[in-house]
Design a protein around this ligand. Sequence first.
Ligand code: KG4
Ligand code: ZN
Length: 308
Amino acid sequence: MVEDGRKVLANVIHSQVAVHEKFGGVVPELAARDHLERLPGLLDLALETSGARPRDLDLVAVTRGPGLVGCLLVGVGVGEGLAAAWGRPLTGVNHLWGHIYAAMLAAPDLEPPLLGLVVSGAHSDLVRMPAHGRFEVIGRTRDDAAGEAFDKAARMLGLGFPGGPALDRLARQGDPARQPLPRPSLPGLEYSFSGLKTALLYRLRDLGDSVTDQDRADLAAAFEKSVVESLLEKLDRALDQEPATEVVVAGGVAANTLLRRRAAEVVGGRARLTMPPLALCTDNAAMIAAAGHYGGRHPADVDPSLSW
Ligand code: KG4
Ligand code: ZN
């Protein structure tokens, strides 16, 4: 529940970690079923928390993609039902736009034009946003997304699901210099994390049974450093190529401790950096409401592979 695209009145989040953790990853069918079961209760909770009544609402916004098709279908179905019952318009929102709009909830005076880095489980995209509802991708990953790389590395290190936050915690106990890993480097503004992942796999294989807890923490720190420095090297280059006064770093991986610290250092005094607070970095409904307020001109037809 968001007011004027800027103020969060309620942001209710149900985590599905307990549903998926025993499988070591997201099971799409279970994810969709859990959406269906949880949404009515979450809606009640959002109304209750915000103190808003259905007749106070102007617009219903729902994610139309990208994402898991079953989950998207449940969301759009529920959105259509609410819009019909409440007599309000429904708008379909791009999930990736939502991550950028999360920053506008954190900085109420933030306006495009801006340079954005969206790092999530499935995307590592550098974008320029010249105006509301307009995005131009200037860099992306050739293979794994940053979040996916963190999740896979965490699995290799024997950490639970979800891997990104667990790897972040373990890295805090490690020293990246003790087990250095290569930093991916592609020309231009492209990313690649698959080689780094393989380097970690081989290092663990070489260490074999002799691997200690400290080795694992050092490797987590080294892996994190390589990913973060690679992400920021391209952000730095993009900022040099075409200066911007506003920079946004958002998406689930923007919750990472090292990325938050280093992004501030890399951007420095060149632009204002906005990174949403942790609860607005990882997936949430408030960012979708904010994006719907500004840019939701698309019909609510589901598109699981939607891009910017
Ligand atoms: O945006 P998001 O919540 O969902 C998608 O749209 O994918 O991003 C989830 C991703 C996962 O890969 C998760 O491991 C990663 O964000 N993540 C982190 C941290 N918190 C979440 N990665 C590194 N450090 C974190 N603290
Ligand atoms: Zn996301």
